[in-house]
Design a protein around this ligand. Structure first.
Ligand SMILES: Cc1ncc(COP(=O)(O)O)c(C=O)c1O
Length: 394
């Protein structure tokens, strides 16, 4: 492995949420100290690959930061990434650069539903899936995922029943799933598409973790399927794989012209126009550099090794289950809340200087779950495992 993923970075001065001592103390009401492990937010503990950093540095060196425009070379970079990395064709005219996936989801809710209408999501899920709905005075309709054998299954009967009962027009899908780390199968995707087609539901697929598919898993993008009238939107970005969330950019893939027009209109209505100066530089470097591609291959192997370590070390814990990780670096963990008192566990985590994302940080999750982040140096993951094992030692 060429990249030194073991190196611990000092990010106390970078003003990033997951690493800023003052922010952490104010948010989590804890005393930050040198032992604190913040294993929460979905950002990597690693430096962004050098070609991306250099592209940003080169841009800064120009010393001018005026308004931008939509560049064909940037759209071309996204298209070539899909061709080379995902073996999928994307025409540049179908790509829209936007200002983050969560923001895009808010725009989509406003463009395709009215106040008071229901929008369907599969829970538990990354909280903003619910937030973009209730923030806009729409109603969150939940199709609960079924936990079985350390993974999630879909309840298709309930999915269709909810669409009918709540007159659903819009469904947000998370593939790969956060927090579960599930890469949905071809047959799952086909069934979802069929039901959405049957009831003319707009299928919006959040694929932001799709560059991080782990060991032997096969990811099926919505682009792998023939969807009637191309009635779908894909939300994607290089942010999760390359630590670029703070640049606040992302993109949509929209093959249906009517949908594109509606999306353009809502962005214009909110005066959200050209991208910021930096994001196009970062995305172009991320998606066209061979060095970045090699870095990503190494990163995935490193994350997988961290995950295997976690699984091995947790084997002895009888009342804790780790979800099967198929994508990303986020691990969803279940403990038996009849054996462990949730309040006590939370207190023990705090006493052990561990910050995680609890069930309450996700939409529709139940007590007895938390999510950790293993996109970190192995030494840190080992330290985290040791502390967790002390807490869950019953
Ligand atoms: C599934 C999913 N969608 C979207 C986002 C955030 O995307 P953005 O920062 O582009 O809004 C995250 C961040 O963790 C995520 O896990």
């Amino acid at each position: 492995m060429k990249t030194d993923f073991e190196k611990m970075l000092n990010r106390s001065q970078t003003n990033e949420r997951r690493w800023n001592p003052q922010y952490i103390e104010a948010t989590f009401k804890i005393n930050y100290n040198k032992n604190t492990i913040d294993s929460s937010i979905a950002d990597l503990d690693f430096k962004t690959p050098t070609p991306i950093v250099e592209a940003l540095q080169n841009r800064i060196n120009h010393g001018t930061f005026s308004y931008t425009y939509i560049r064909e070379d940037v759209l071309q970079a996204i298209s070539s990434w899909y061709k080379n990395y995902h073996q999928l064709q994307v025409a540049t005219k179908n790509i829209k650069l936007v200002h983050g996936t969560v923001n895009a989801m808010h725009q989509i809710v406003n463009a395709f539903t009215k106040i008071g209408e229901g929008v369907l999501i599969q829970t538990p899920i990354y909280e903003p899936f619910g937030r973009c709905i209730y923030n806009n005075d729409r109603v969150v309709v939940e199709n609960k995922l079924i936990y079985e054998n350390q993974t999630y299954k879909m309840d298709f009967q309930d999915f269709e029943a909810k669409i009918i009962a709540d007159k659903i027009k819009l469904f947000f899908w998370c593939n790969p799933h956060n927090p579960g780390g599930v890469v949905w199968s071809k047959s799952d995707a086909k069934k979802l598409i069929e039901i959405c087609e049957k009831h003319q539901v707009l299928l919006v697929s959040d694929e932001v973790h799709s560059d991080l598919i782990l060991e032997n898993q096969k990811f099926y993008s919505l682009l792998d399927f023939k969807v009637k009238n191309n009635y779908f939107i894909i939300c994607a970005s290089p942010n999760k794989a390359f630590n670029l969330g703070g640049l606040k950019g992302s993109y949509l893939i929209i093959e249906n012209e009517e949908i594109r027009k509606k999306i353009d209109k809502i962005y214009e209505a909110n005066s959200i126009t050209s991208p910021n100066v930096f994001y196009p530089e970062a995305i172009k470097a991320a998606y066209t550099s061979k060095i970045v591609l090699n870095w990503l291959t190494e990163l995935k192997a490193y994350i997988w090794a961290n995950y295997q370590l976690l699984v091995k070390e947790f084997q002895t814990l009888k009342n804790v289950e780790i979800m099967k990780l198929q994508a990303s670096y986020l691990v969803w963990i279940k403990f038996d809340d009849k054996i462990y008192d949730v309040k006590t566990i939370k207190k023990q985590m705090q006493d052990n200087d561990i910050i995680v994302n609890w069930d309450t940080d996700f939409y529709g999750a139940t007590p007895g779950w938390f999510r950790i982040n293993i996109g970190s140096p192995e030494s840190l993951v080992r330290d985290l495992i040791t502390r967790l094992k002390q807490i869950f030692n019953k």
